[in-house]
Ligand binder design. Structure first.
Ligand SMILES: Nc1ncnc2c1ncn2[C@@H]1O[C@H](COP(=O)(O)OP(=O)(O)OP(=O)(O)O)[C@@H](O)[C@H]1O
Length: 680
């Protein structure tokens, strides 16, 4: 696959992607998690690449968000979704949802959303998800008790590359290998030539070792599971707390994980623990055993009255200070008992067995002496015996556990992936619940797709191909208003083609444009929308222009006009939302400009809503019959306008001043207010 053909992927990124095991599948599935594994690819970048790949797969030109205001609305929707996701992964994954213009992409997301809407985001699930993160590959692992050896420089380089966890050594001959075996518990020789060699120590000739590094370093897999233990267990809890079917036996995984600690060390094996403790405690135990023996001997000597015959005394004097023979004779039993006590202490405290106990026997012995002292060579022999046994036991257990975990690995990866993907679905489900959403219905044929229209009622393009693009919203409630969502009044609004929207001040015109834009963007992302019912065309571009902050200077005015020049020259199937364009210049000129833009848009297959306080003037200036809808005040209550937030079709709303003059005219018998009212 030519990665550089993906929108937004340059040579450097393409090279990074090529380093993944299976980048094609990751790109095809929009799998941000795997894409993030490519060197130098951040989560945000991975999401952008995934989006590009999705667009490419659907041959989707994208580009629905044609103005900054439209992009801001998209960002707001994304934020509402991301706030409802627990994991960073899901927050990034949600960014792969973009407003598409191709039916196939919208349908693809809608199919996932249908499932998502069945999900229930419970507190237990959110709690478990908090501990789930993408799996990490441990780095910097070093295994010190094993080494690789070869006579070949190339193989040496390959060994360093394939198994960085072990030391690799270049050797000349068997003698060098013997030397290594003295420093390492195990030496793995990579050269066939040494097969059948007679080495002392644990020397294994494994010419194929580099082909399956995991067998040579089972620690690699153990470290993977050890490092990801928290995530794996949490992903297991996510499955238990939801209706997700786990891809492996969770009890078996938990049991396997309980046998390795965070450092990748085997735990829970009594024999290994016995040997490890014995190695660690050997010195201290020998010291204590010495004291035990000496205490016993000291007490025995103190209690003893020694009678020395003259002859013995003479020979003692003649032989200098040697008392060994005397000790041997007089304290033979006590000496034996002291040694026995020392030995028993060693065997008991270190829990030594069979051959180890025999070796311990040699630590205290020989000619009677006081104080009793250890024989260092015997201590060293016991130490070697225990260390070798410990390492052998550990290596066996690691290999066994690694075998077991290797079988779990693909399913464990799926377990975590499922949990993370569930978080994405739960965020969508929470969005739908929090804002009382329903799935929108696509009608008409605003965008020309080459594809055949689907017949599942989702994006039914065959319905009304001749009709003009537009939308119908029933009971729409914007989650972006500055009031609590519960206090948002539902709005009904329907537009086909080009229309003006008039209305009282603060009647909710801007909020309505936001709602329309939001519903269109969310719908084309494949998401449910905050309305009781929504029907819309699939638009090619959304041009949303916010209200200008004041009259523009000549330069800004010129460039705004150029924007509209481009707009009216654009393709069919667009939705244009414009808020009070009149504020950019003086009212008389504005009305003429807007009238001209509306005429041009009316000639195209475009839907447009222009909010304006100059609806009457625009209509008068326009050569076509421009539709005008109105958000009306139903009355004035305590100086406050009471507003019907749903625009009335084909009705020019009376302005706030007109309403107030009318009220004064009603309240007052004078002619002044009546005459004012006639001016409207
Ligand atoms: N559907 C709604 N439900 C509840 N409150 C709303 C709704 N729509 C608008 N409002 C409230 O009315 C306020 C004014 O709305 P908005 O700015 O959309 O009015 P406008 O008609 O564009 O005003 P102006 O003519 O002054 O530009 C909002 O800030 C919001 O508090």
């Amino acid at each position: 696959m030519a990665f550089e053909s993906i929108p937004g992927v340059g040579e450097k990124t393409a090279n990074a992607l090529a380093e993944l095991d299976d980048p094609e599948t990751a790109l095809q599935q929009g799998d941000v998690l795997t894409l993030m594994d490519a060197p130098g690819i951040s989560e945000g970048r991975a999401a952008a690449i995934a989006r590009g790949a999705i667009r490419q797969r659907h041959d989707d030109p994208g580009g629905l968000l044609a103005t900054d205001q439209a992009r801001d609305l998209y960002d707001s929707i994304l934020k509402l979704l991301q706030e409802r996701a627990v994991t960073t992964y899901a927050k990034k994954r949600l960014e792969t949802l973009y407003p598409a213009t191709k039916e196939s992409r919208i349908e693809e997301v809608r199919a996932t959303v249908e499932d998502a809407l069945q999900r229930e985001p419970t507190p237990e699930l959110r709690e478990a998800l908090a501990d789930v993160a993408p799996l990490e590959s441990p780095s910097g692992l070093r295994v010190r008790e094993r080494c690789l050896a070869t006579t070949d420089a190339e193989r040496y380089a390959a060994a360093r590359e394939a198994v960085p966890e072990l030391s690799a050594e270049v050797v000349d001959d068997g003698h060098d290998i013997e030397e290594l075996a003295r420093s390492y518990s195990t030496v793995i020789v990579l050269d066939e030539a040494f097969a059948g060699g007679d080495f002392s120590g644990d020397v294994r000739v494994l010419p194929d070792a580099l082909e399956s590094p995991a067998d040579v370093v089972p620690e690699r897999l153990l470290a993977f599971f050890a490092e990801n233990r928290g995530t794996l267990l949490a992903a297991g809890r996510v499955h238990e707390a939801s209706e997700l079917e786990p891809p492996l036996d969770l009890d078996a995984l938990t049991e396997s994980l309980s046998r390795v600690d965070e450092d990748g060390t085997i735990v829970g094996d009594e024999e290994l623990e016995r040997l490890a403790t014995a190695v660690d405690d050997l010195d201290a135990a020998v010291g204590t055993a010495e004291s035990v023996a000496n205490d016993h001997l000291r007490d025995a000597i103190k209690e003893r009255d020694v009678t020395i015959e003259g002859q013995d005394f003479l020979s003692l004097v003649e032989q200098g200070a040697r008392v060994d023979s005397l000790l041997a004779r007089e304290l033979d039993d006590a000496f034996d008992a002291a040694l026995q006590k020392a030995h028993d202490h060693l065997v008991d405290s270190l829990d030594l067995t069979g051959h180890e106990a025999e070796l311990a026997d040699h630590i205290f012995g020989g000619e009677p002496t006081f104080p009793v002292s250890r024989r260092d060579d015997a201590v060293s022999r016991l130490n070697t015996e225990l260390t070798t046994a410990r390492d052998r036991r550990s290596a066996e257990l690691k290999a066994d556990l690694a075998d077991e975990l290797a079988a779990h690995k693909p399913a464990a990866e799926e377990l975590v992936r499922n949990a993370l993907e569930l978080d994405v679905e739960l965020a969508i489900a929470a969005f739908a619940r929090d804002f009382d959403c329903t799935m929108p219905e696509f009608v008409g044929n605003a965008v020309d797709d080459d594809e055949a229209a689907g017949d599942d009622g989702g994006t039914d393009d065959t319905d009304d191909a001749a009709s003009r693009p537009g939308f119908t919203i029933e009971g729409g409630r914007s989650p972006l208003l500055d009031v609590d969502f519960a206090a948002v009044e539902p709005v009904d609004y329907s537009v086909e083609g080009v229309t003006l929207l008039s209305g009282v001040n603060s009647g909710g015109k801007t909020s309505l444009l936001d709602l329309v834009g939001l519903i269109v963007i969310a719908a084309q992302m494949g998401l449910p929308v905050p309305a009781d019912h929504a029907q819309l065309s699939r638009f090619s571009e959304l041009h949303y222009y916010a209200k200008s902050q004041g009259t523009l200077d000549a330069g800004a005015f010129e460039s705004t006009l150029q924007d509209f020049g481009d707009l009216v020259a654009g393709a069919d199937g667009r939705l244009v939302l414009v808020d009070e364009l009149e504020s950019i210049t003086e009212p008389g000129a504005s009305a003429k400009l807007i009238a001209g833009i509306l005429e041009a848009l009316d000639r195209q297959q475009t839907a447009a809503v222009f909010v304006s306080h100059l609806a009457r003037e625009i209509r008068e200036a326009a050569a076509i019959d421009v539709a005008v809808d109105g958000i009306e005040a139903v009355g004035l209550v305590d100086g406050e306008l009471e507003v019907n937030r749903s625009p009335v079709k084909d009705q020019l709303a009376r302005s706030t001043p007109e309403l107030i003059v009318e009220k004064l005219a009603d309240d007052d018998d004078g002619e002044f207010y009546e005459s004012l009212l006639e001016k409207f």
